[in-house]
Design a protein around this ligand. Structure first.
Ligand code: SAH
Length: 250
């Protein structure tokens, strides 16, 4: 015969097991719904990326490798969490420390102007979020990229590693002086506005190499130039007004 004390003990055990089962069901359900919403987000981002590339084509970007790279790189991974839903809009976004990730059209245009291919070795000044470096890495053999702000250098290096890029080499330094030990480069891209074209960068460009660089006053409108090296001489082509954060010095 069971005493009232035993009965209430059994009831408590039964009740405990029921609560435990309920918790397990709730946990399983929430992890399944988390997975579905993540999958949904990735599809949504892929669709936004397609729309972004359609717009780039409409704006005149023609190089199929550039368009394919813009289609592949998950731009939403390079912007702060607060802006992910806006990652594929054609405008720059803040990335912290007063810096910005450039608008997709400018990234595509500058990449196209570099005229690079699968054999190229490219130097970038101003890693920032790492997005431009990732776009280049999809097309060229090796990317060397320099960032002056340690926190941004660390963050982008980690992200590029996480995304599996093995052909991007990062360094935290003043990019004005380039990357002498890895020079000469087939192409150089400067993604911050310089008051003049840094001479060390011209020196580190191969004969026939291209440099794409915004030049002009900081905090105002600059001009986007493509500079081509011909032996000791250079030629310059003007690609119109742009607005970049300044190239700072250490
Ligand atoms: N290419 C970046 C955006 C660049 S924003 C991207 O795809 O996200 C410009 C970056 O240049 C900023 O991160 C800024 O800190 C960096 N920068 C400014 N002056 C620099 C210098 N002298 N050397 C290296 N990086 C510099």
């Amino acid at each position: 015969m069971s005493t009232p004390a035993r009965r209430s003990h059994r009831f408590a055990c039964f009740f405990g097991i029921v609560i435990l089962l309920c918790l397990v069901v709730v946990f399983l359900q929430s992890s399944v719904s988390m997975k579905t919403s993540l999958a949904y987000d990735e599809d949504w981002f892929a669709q936004k990326r397609e729309e972004m590339v359609d717009l780039l084509e409409l704006y005149g970007i023609r190089n199929p490798e550039v368009l394919e790279a813009m289609r592949r790189v998950p731009r939403h991974r390079f912007v702060p969490a607060a802006y992910v839903n806006d990652a594929y809009g054609d405008h720059p976004l803040p990335i912290g420390y007063g810096q910005t990730i450039s608008q997709p059209y400018i990234v595509a245009l500058m990449t196209e102007l570099l005229e690079v291919n699968a054999e190229s070795r490219v130097l970038e000044i101003g890693t920032g979020s790492g997005y431009q470096a990732a776009i280049l890495a999809e097309i060229v053999a090796e990317v060397y990229t320099i960032e002056i702000i340690p926190e941004l250098a660390e963050r982008s290096t980690k992200l590029l590693e996480e995304l599996g890029y093995t052909n991007i080499h990062t360094m935290c330094a003043d990019g004005y002086f380039g990357w002498e030990s890895e020079a000469p480069f087939d192409a150089i891209i400067v993604t911050a506005a310089a008051t003049h074209v840094p001479n060390p960068l011209i020196q580190q460009l191969k004969d026939g190499g291209r440099m794409v660089i915004p030049v002009g006053p900081p905090g105002a409108i600059q001009t986007l130039w493509r500079i081509t090296k011909h032996g000791e001489a250079i030629s310059k082509e003007n690609y119109g007004p742009v607005r970049f954060v300044p190239l700072t010095r250490r």
